[in-house]
Design a protein around this ligand. Structure first.
Ligand code: NAD
Length: 368
């Protein structure tokens, strides 16, 4: 058996601990059936940590996150902590994790599972079989660029400023993630910017092209303006394989693509950092949804987004494509069998609890 894969699980708040219970059962099953040696630790984060430790994330948890091969997060936040000052809110823990782990590439798959094709607001023929990966630059661009701020001018007018700024290295490292991913998929990358009106977009396009020509000539690269990409995503989404774009455009386009699938409880994500000398990247996996306080504690949350995030971990942090596919195929199978948590319920389907969905998934893994 190879070295243990260390995972830090951060269940968080609301439905986070409920869905994470199902992940642990799946991890246990993989340990038993595939002899994968997981070394799983768990720590508090968000509101749970504020209540127990007085801070949204402790130094000890940060150190454990840095040391782990991968981190899996449930969700943080809830009404109990809504009135805290911004610097003490549960969400600060997430920002700190992303910043200190240096997570510069956010991976947001938009996959339409066949049995859920009707959940999309687009026509079934447009989204059936959809499988897009959006790679969003996460630590640069206009959300972080300087100068920024609001100032009062001499004539009394006020001026708000944010700066879109990218360096060669920032563009190249996120583009490399996109090209690497494409090589494991349909081998196509669409790079998205606004080089028609923004110099930072010109630089983005030039650097992506340079990296492509020198290191990834076998990958099909196209360029698209962000406004056109927004239209194409709802006009003909299946034209895309991997989309790579900056922080601002990626924020919007990944949410737009997510809604092509129509179901928040099904959406996983990954955030990756710089590779170390052994090629290991810091990595955080989490569902796109939040802590869903409206249904927390009822045992009805959909665990599939978190389970699919765990499958992404198997694939991208541990290179275990077989185990990842086994989990993903089991998800397809339970959906095909008509099992649905309340959020994805359809006429004629069987409504199940969080735990029953986990039971069905474990059983389906035996057949995949
Ligand atoms: P939300 O994603 O928690 O919930 C939106 C709606 O979707 C709710 O009706 C909820 O019941 C439903 N939903 C979400 N996930 C579901 C699941 N797995 N199964 C079934 N139904 C599900 O978003 P919100 O209501 O805007 O935010 C609630 C709290 O979560 C807030 O405190 C917010 O700050 C926090 N939040 C955290 C994260 C995160 O931890 N990454 C992300 C978004 C929101």
């Amino acid at each position: 058996m190879s070295a243990a894969k260390s995972i830090l699980i951060l269940p968080g708040d609301g439905i986070g601990p409920e869905v994470m219970t199902e992940v642990r059962r799946v991890a246990d099953k993989l340990t038993r059936t595939e002899a994968i040696d997981f070394d799983i630790g768990e720590a508090r984060i968000g509101g749970a940590a504020i209540d127990a430790d007085g801070v949204p994330v402790t130094e000890d948890t940060m150190a454990r996150a840095q040391a782990a091969d991968a981190v899996l997060l449930g969700a943080v936040g809830g009404p109990k902590w809504d009135d805290l000052p911004f610097a003490q809110k549960p969400e600060r823990a997430l920002l700190r994790l992303r910043k200190e782990l240096g997570l510069f590439a956010n991976l947001r798959p938009a996959i339409v599972f066949d049995p859920l094709v009707e959940a999309s607001s687009l026509k079934p023929e447009l989204v059936r079989g959809l499988d897009i990966m959006i790679v969003r630059e996460l630590t640069g661009g206009v959300y972080f660029g300087e100068p920024r701020g609001i100032e009062t001018l001499s004539d009394g007018e006020r001026r708000g400023t944010n700066t879109q700024v990218y360096t060669t290295g920032e563009v190249r490292r996120v583009a490399a993630v996109a090209f690497d991913l494409a090589q494991k998929r349909d081998n196509r990358v669409t790079s998205v910017e606004k080089s028609n009106v923004m110099e930072s977009g010109v630089l983005w396009r030039e650097e992506v092209t340079r990296l492509h020509d020198s290191d990834y000539p076998g990958v099909e690269l196209t360029h698209m303006y962000a406004d056109n990409c927004a239209m194409q995503l709802v006009r003909q989404p299946k034209q895309f394989d991997v989309i790579v774009t900056d922080n601002l455009f990626g924020d919007m386009l990944s949410d737009e693509a997510a809604m092509l699938t129509g179901s928040l409880g099904m959406l996983p994500s990954a955030s990756l950092g710089v590779a170390d000398s052994r090629g290991r990247r810091k990595a955080l996996y989490e569902p796109v949804h939040g802590s869903a306080p409206d249904i927390a504690g009822q045992g009805v949350a959909n665990p599939l987004a978190t389970l699919l995030s765990f499958a992404m971990m198997l694939r991208y942090s541990f290179d275990m494509d077989g185990a990842a596919t086994r989990v993903e195929s089991a998800v397809s199978r339970v959906l095909a069998d008509g099992l649905r948590t309340a959020d994805i319920m359809q006429d004629g389907a069987t409504r199940v609890s969080t735990q029953q969905m986990g039971d069905a998934l474990l059983a389906a893994m035996d057949d995949t």
